[in-house]
Ligand binder design. Structure first.
Ligand code: ZN
Ligand code: ZN
Length: 319
């Protein structure tokens, strides 16, 4: 009886003992691992481990693969048996597609959109299979995966059978992304680059853009896009020629750049009156917000009756 108990305890310890998968380096129980002793599998495993940037490690008798990695390797071997030149992509590597592929959360996650997949493919050369999931918190205001998260994604090169509707949809979205210029939003720049280009930080730019109501030119309403405003600020900041801006912002002609600049210039009708001139503030607002008690006592003969006080060119004048 005692002997059986000891055996049981030993087996329990063995079952709970965890080893790391040679490829993904995640810890697994022994019964969730398979031996790594086949030469072809060893070669593929070494390549994948290197692609995941895990530290170099010799394969020995203790080397094991988790079931996911093992299945994936068998699929790769099968793919090369069926076709000696299969489509190989850098595919997002992640154990367990049921959680968010960025933060591993399991609640409030959605299937990754085609738009995100195409954008990550273009920006980071990583293909995200459609069944992967993602939290909405990781998306920017345009619905793309936040730029700084791209560098944390891991990928391995594997045969991926991209075909049929999936391929058609992917290429269609890729085409849209290509046509959508990278300069059409502040989100596509780093903070420093955007400031250098426009002399505005992103918060200031968004504030300015919020004032970009349609402008009326010759009786027609014209709408200002973010791209138009970036171009305009770039012109102000850098003094670039319209021809240069045409090439940089991929406008159809130099004239269309000129029209855009005129269109944005019309914004002065929306913005200037809000910040300058007699109309942008009432006398009461001026007194309440800009005259403090010190100046009221110093310059106002009847402080109880608050007045507008202004010092212009260091000269005190009564208004
Ligand atoms: Zn693994
Ligand atoms: Zn997440």
């Amino acid at each position: 009886m005692a002997f059986r108990f000891v055996i049981y305890k030993i087996l329990s310890v063995i079952m709970t003992f965890r080893l790391r998968c040679y490829i993904c380096d995640d810890p697994f129980r022994m019964n969730m691992l398979v031996r790594l002793n086949d030469e072809e599998k060893i070669n593929i495993s070494k390549r994948r481990r290197a692609q995941l940037e895990n530290p170099e490690q010799e394969v020995n008798n203790h080397s094991r693969l988790c079931l996911n990695c093992n299945t994936s390797i068998l699929q790769e071997i099968e793919a090369y048996q069926a076709d000696d030149d299969p489509t190989v992509l850098r595919v997002l590597f992640r154990n367990g597609a049921r959680s968010c592929f960025v933060c591993f959360a399991e609640d409030n996650i959605n299937q990754v959109t085609l738009k995100v997949r195409v954008n990550v493919f273009v920006k980071a050369n990583i293909f995200i299979p459609p069944h992967f999931r993602l939290c909405n918190d990781h998306l920017d205001s345009n619905g793309y995966l936040l730029q700084h998260l791209h560098s944390g994604l891991q990928a391995i090169e594997i045969p991926y059978n991209l075909k049929g509707t999936e391929l058609t949809n992917f290429l269609g979205c890729l085409r849209e992304e290509y046509n959508r210029l990278w300069i059409d939003s502040e989100e596509n720049f780093s903070d420093d680059d955007f400031l250098a280009l426009t002399s505005l930080n992103k918060v200031q730019f968004r504030d300015l853009f919020n004032h970009c109501n349609p402008v009326q030119i010759s009786g027609n309403l014209r709408y200002i896009e973010k791209k138009d405003l970036i171009l305009f600020m770039c012109k102000l900041r850098q003094g670039l020629s319209d021809q240069f801006l045409k090439a940089m912002f991929n406008y159809s002609s130099r004239q269309s750049v000129s029209i855009t600049i005129v269109k944005v210039t019309f914004l002065d009708r929306n913005i200037v009156p809000l910040n300058l001139g007699y109309g942008h503030i009432t006398r009461e607002e001026y007194i309440n917000n800009h005259i403090d008690d010190f100046y009221n006592i110093l310059y106002n003969e009847t402080p109880e009756n608050r007045k507008a006080i202004s010092v212009i060119d260091a000269t005190y004048i009564k208004i």
